[in-house]
Design a binder for this molecule. Structure first.
Ligand code: CA
Length: 433
C-alpha cells in the first residue's frame, strides 16, 4: 500500500502531491479499479428491532460475551415470534435463522462456560489517516517529521507562521446533494433525509445532514423517520445558535442529546398510539462546523468518508465512519459471516439498537478532520444492499455533478431490484478560494 517518491525514494502518503522529504512534485495516483459486477438481489428485506434495552458496545478489539449472547438470544426469540405471528417472514427463512443463531449461541455459551468474558473482533472499522503537523501556509495536514507540505509543497519549517486561529479557520466550501426514493418493491418511502445550514454566532454556519430509515409498519415507519429528523434538527438548531460547542467532545455531546431527544419523542408517540406501537427508526447525523466533521449514529444508516487521495492510515480511498447496529454486523465482527455474506443475508435488517424502541438509547459519536477533496456520503441500507463500497466511491468521487452522482446511485440500486427505500446524501469539501 505504501507509495514512494520517485526522486528521493522517501515514503509518501498516496494522497500526497509533493514529497514530504525533498519537496518535489509527485506523479498523479493511478486510476481507480473498474466497478465490480452487479450483485444478486437476495430476498426482500425483513425488518425488525430486537426487544427491550439490548446493549452491545463495540469498543477496542473485543465484544462483551454476555452482551453478545443477550443479543443473539433475543434474535432467536424475535424469529420465533415472527414464525408464530405469520408475518411476511417465510417459515423457511425463520427456521434457517433460528437454526443458525442457535448454533452461534451454543458456541458462545460454551466459551462463557470456559471462563471467557470477551470475544475478539476479527474485522474492525479501519484506522483513519492521522496528521500531526498542520501546514502553516495552507492549513493542510502532514505527518510528523515531514519537511514539505504534501498538499501545497511549502517548506514546513520555513513557511511564515500564521496564528493557529487563521490556520483553523481556513475556508472550506461545501456542495451538497440529497435524494430519497421509494424503490421498486415497497409502497411508500419510510426513509427521511434532511440537509440544511445552521446559523452560528458571528455569521458562521454549520452544515447539517440527516438520514433516518423508519420501520414498524408502513405508516408508522414513515412517521418515525420524519419525527426523528425533525426533533433532532430542531434540537441542534436551538442549542447551537447562541453558544455553539467549543470542542469536539462538546459537539458530540450535543449530537447525542439531539438523538436522545428524538428517541424520547418517537418512543412516547409509539406508546400513545396503538397503531404506532413498536415503531422505530435509524438516525445518522453529520454536522460540519469549520473543518471538523461530527457524526452520530444509531442503527444501520451509514456515513462514509471518501477521498481519491486516501482517507485511512494505509491510504484506502473509502472508509465507513459508522458501525451498523445489526446482529449480522456483530456476527461479521467475530468471524461468523464474511462482509459479502452479510450484505445479502436475510437477517441483515434486524437491528439491536434503534431510535424510539426503548426509553433510552446508546448513541455512537465521533469527530474527524476534513480536507479539501473529501466527500462525505450518508445512506440508508436500501442503497448499500445493492451497491458495493467500491461503486459508491467511484460514483461519488467520479461525477463532476453531485446531483448526478446521487441520481446515478439511486438508479443503480433500482436497476438491481430496489428492494427497499433508497436514500443518499453526498457532501463535497473543497477549498473556498
Ligand atoms: Ca431500510
Amino acid at each position: 500500500m505504501n507509495a514512494y517518491c520517485p526522486s528521493c525514494g522517501a515514503p509518501v502518503m498516496p494522497r500526497s502531491r509533493f514529497c514530504p522529504s525533498c519537496g518535489r512534485p509527485l506523479p498523479d495516483p493511478p486510476p481507480l479499479p473498474p466497478p465490480s459486477p452487479p450483485r444478486g438481489n437476495g430476498d426482500p428485506p425483513v425488518e425488525g428491532v430486537l426487544p427491550s434495552g439490548k446493549r452491545l458496545r463495540v469498543s477496542g478489539d473485543s465484544l462483551d460475551l454476555r452482551e453478545l449472547i443477550n443479543v443473539v438470544e433475543s434474535g432467536v426469540r424475535w424469529w420465533q415470534r415472527s414464525l408464530s405471528s405469520g408475518d411476511a417472514v417465510t417459515r423457511q427463512q425463520a427456521a434457517t435463522a433460528i437454526d443458525e443463531l442457535s448454533q452461534i449461541l451454543r458456541s458462545l455459551s460454551q466459551q462463557l462456560a470456559q471462563g471467557r468474558e470477551t470475544i475478539r473482533i476479527t474485522k474492525r472499522l479501519p484506522a483513519l489517516r492521522h496528521f500531526d503537523l498542520p501546514c502553516p501556509l495552507c492549513g493542510g495536514g502532514n505527518r510528523a517529521g515531514a519537511r514539505f507540505c504534501q498538499r501545497c509543497g511549502a517548506l514546513l519549517a520555513a513557511a511564515p507562521r500564521y496564528g493557529a486561529e487563521q490556520v483553523q479557520s481556513r475556508a472550506l466550501r461545501f456542495t451538497v446533494a440529497a435524494r430519497t426514493d421509494t424503490g421498486r418493491v415497497r409502497k411508500n418511502n419510510q426513509d427521511a433525509v434532511y440537509t440544511g445550514e445552521i446559523d452560528l454566532p458571528g455569521g458562521r454556519r454549520a452544515l447539517l445532514c440527516l438520514v433516518a430509515d423508519g420501520m414498524g409498519g408502513a405508516a408508522a415507519g414513515e412517521y418515525a423517520s420524519r419525527l426523528a429528523t425533525e426533533v433532532s434538527r430542531a434540537h441542534l438548531e436551538r442549542e447551537s445558535a447562541d453558544h455553539p460547542p467549543p470542542t469536539d467532545e462538546a459537539w458530540q455531546a450535543l449530537l447525542r442529546e439531539a438523538a436522545r431527544a428524538a428517541n424520547r419523542r418517537v418512543y412516547d408517540d409509539s406508546r400513545a398510539d396503538t397503531s404506532r406501537r413498536g415503531m422505530g427508526t435509524t438516525l445518522t447525523i453529520a454536522l460540519i462546523a469549520g473543518d471538523r466533521l461530527h457524526i452520530a449514529s444509531v442503527g444501520d444508516s451509514r456515513a462514509y468518508l471518501l477521498n481519491n487521495g486516501g482517507v485511512t492510515a494505509d491510504g484506502a480511498p473509502a472508509a465507513q465512519l459508522t458501525s451498523d447496529h445489526s446482529l449480522v454486523a456483530r456476527l461479521v465482527d467475530i468471524g461468523q459471516l464474511t462482509p459479502e455474506q452479510a450484505r445479502v443475508h436475510p437477517q441483515r435488517n434486524i437491528l439491536y439498537r434503534s431510535i424510539g424502541t426503548d426509553p433510552s438509547v446508546d448513541v455512537d459519536t465521533r469527530s474527524e478532520q476534513l480536507e479539501p477533496g473529501d466527500v462525505i456520503l450518508l445512506c440508508s441500507d436500501g442503497l448499500v444492499n445493492h451497491v458495493g463500497d467500491d461503486e459508491l466511491m467511484q460514483i461519488a468521487l467520479g461525477e463532476a455533478s453531485l446531483d448526478r452522482a446521487a441520481a446515478r446511485l439511486v438508479s443503480l440500486a433500482n436497476e438491481r431490484g430496489g428492494r427497499d427505500n433508497i436514500s443518499v446524501v453526498i457532501v463535497r469539501i473543497e477549498h473556498a478560494l
